[in-house]
Ligand binder design. Structure first.
Ligand SMILES: Cc1cc2nc3c(=O)[nH]c(=O)nc-3n(C[C@H](O)[C@H](O)[C@H](O)COP(=O)(O)OP(=O)(O)OC[C@H]3O[C@@H](n4cnc5c(N)ncnc54)[C@H](O)[C@@H]3O)c2cc1C
Length: 509
């Protein structure tokens, strides 16, 4: 099978994710580039889309499974199919401002509020494009670290920075999906945004359909290639961060309600933009609590994205643990305790330390050897869940892990794992050892045995089964499969864009 010079092909290689915990033999790795990477154009978008469609058609004809991946940041095998083809889309990083004339005249959305990002654009780069003194916009939410691509972050429903916003998919206004035979620009029927003429510039057909839209915004890579997404933005603002140590007895109500009176956070009269509590399961007596409040931003504020060196205290637990391992390589087994002592000290930003979201939630050089799992639960259950996880931990007390609670609002994808209204994502993060891997499994088993409603992050360590997915997503599984059939009417193509994992979970029925 010959592809043109903008598709590099390697045959029969081991595909490895960023954390090196997933290794799968693929029969082809296809790395795709834009023709003139430094010059984003709509003609270039059409050319790349056509190339992706050729790849899809070739995979269907060859009867192999074909999966797209982004930055390969997922800890799970969600991006890859053993013996299939993998298409690396992380070099497709174009971003476009939206012209007023491309917005549907009846839409309430303003062109300035939108950014069109090609699938491989890193969230960190989108932030940099938005947060300039000229554009003065920012994303409403993002992950704690932002090296993901937009295609990959939507692929699993990345969440994390804002308590009153859903996962990133909640900010999508339109999405471009490519299959072997179709190039679709999909929007909500209930919230049209772009004109048919705009879709045509992408070579796409405009589809306005709520179910197709809600399927496409979190697709696990199994609806075809996501080529571009139109993201809604908000006015740029600064974030003021602080870290406090708060007794469990005092913070418990806030953990279960997101109401902060009496919680011990720095300003109990203001709703924070971000709220995170980290617990050491060896004690659970206090929460290492990070909160961030929004502050106004001077129009001429110049961001500095080099601020983050990996040494800042605060948010991204995998990054902090990676830093502790790097700083104390001979003390790997005690790195978690060292991390908590050295990185989670009580502190508060002074006004000249307030930063834009893209400076706070920045790119991370992640590293191998970590375990990270995310259980999404209804917020009213958080302290019960923490007790269940603590009991699970006591069966594996040598596990070098911490528990982290982060919050988000219910998200609109059919397969959004942020399903509860609102949701707390309780992560178990730490160093990958036999004990911590066992803990992740025991924790899921215990939550299930307790009848706790929960989902698991698609892109982190998980122990998903067909029963668990059905229990968590209920009739959304049927809605997913029915909508998938509408988007991919050909069974051969549905199989091509699936994977052994997705087949086993009942998501290719
Ligand atoms: C250091 C670190 C910190 C993290 N922090 C957070 C966090 O704060 N919050 C959070 O929710 N998650 C977090 N994660 C998990 C991460 O955000 C998700 O796993 C995300 O999906 C990874 O994006 P990616 O670009 O690497 O995509 P990949 O991992 O490469 O792929 C993810 C999924 O997207 C699909 N996909 C990718 N590109 C395309 C495309 N072009 N078309 C169709 N499908 C595609 C893949 O098939 C796969 O199903 C973190 C991970 C790391 C390593």
């Amino acid at each position: 099978m010959a592809f043109d010079t903008f598709v590099q092909v390697e045959d029969n290689i081991d595909w490895v994710n960023h954390h090196e915990n997933i290794v799968r033999r693929v029969t082809k790795r296809l790395t795709i580039d834009n023709e003139v990477p430094q010059s984003p154009t709509m003609a270039g978008m059409r050319a790349t889309a056509a190339r992706l469609q050729v790849i899809a058609a070739a995979a269907v004809a060859a009867g192999v499974q074909v999966r797209a991946c982004g930055a390969r940041w997922s800890f799970s095998d969600i991006p890859v199919a053993e013996n299939g083809w993998i298409v690396e889309t992380d070099r497709l990083g174009w971003r476009f401002n939206v012209a007023e004339g491309d917005v549907e005249p009846t839409s309430v959305t303003l062109a300035d509020d939108l950014i069109l990002a090609q699938c491989g654009a890193k969230i960190s780069k989108i932030n940099e494009a938005l947060e300039t003194p000229q554009k003065r916009r920012t994303l409403r939410t993002m992950g704690a670290s932002n090296g993901q691509t937009v295609g990959g972050a939507l692929g699993t429903g990345t969440h994390g920075s804002a308590i009153d916003v859903g996962g990133l998919e909640s900010q999508v206004a339109g999405i471009q999906l490519l299959t072997a035979t179709q190039n679709l620009w999909i929007e909500r029927a209930s919230a049209p945004v772009m004109t048919a003429a705009f879709a045509a510039k992408l070579g796409a057909t405009l589809v306005r359909d709520d179910a197709k839209f809600e399927a496409a915004i979190v697709s696990l890579g199994s609806l075809g290639f996501v080529h571009a997404a139109l993201l809604r933005t908000t006015g740029r603002h600064l974030l003021n961060s602080s870290l406090s140590h708060i007794p469990m007895g005092q913070i418990a109500t806030a953990l279960n309600t997101l109401m902060f009176q009496g919680s011990g956070i720095p300003d109990m009269t203001r709703r924070p933009y971000f709220f995170q509590a980290i617990f050491d399961p060896r004690g659970m007596d206090k929460a290492f609590t990070t909160v961030r409040y929004k502050e106004a931003c001077r129009p001429d504020y110049q961001p500095d994205y080099d601020l983050h060196t990996g040494y800042e205290p605060g948010t991204d637990v995998p990054r902090m643990i990676a830093h502790a391992i790097t700083a104390f390589p001979d003390l790997r087994d005690t790195a978690v305790s060292l991390m908590m002592a050295s990185e989670l000290r009580v502190r508060a930003d002074t006004p000249n330390e307030w930063r834009l979201p893209g400076e706070v939630y920045t790119f991370t050089s992640a590293r191998e050897g970590l375990v990270s799992t995310g259980f999404a639960v209804p917020i009213g259950q958080v302290t019960t869940v923490l007790n269940i996880l603590r009991d699970a931990f006591l069966t594996q007390p040598s596990s070098p892990v911490v528990f982290t609670c982060r919050y988000a609002q219910k998200s609109p994808g059919i397969l959004s794992f942020i399903r509860y209204d609102p949701t707390c994502v309780v992560d178990i993060d730490g160093i990958s050892t036999g004990a911590s891997l066992k803990l992740v499994k025991i924790a899921a088993d215990r939550l299930e045995a307790a009848g706790m409603p929960f989902t698991q992050h698609w892109g982190k360590f998980n122990n998903l089964t067909k029963v668990r997915v059905r229990n968590a997503y209920g009739s959304s599984v049927d809605r997913w499969n029915a909508t998938r059939k509408l988007l991919l009417p050909d069974a051969a193509e549905r199989n091509a864009f699936s994977s052994p994992l997705l087949d086993s979970l009942g998501l290719n029925d």
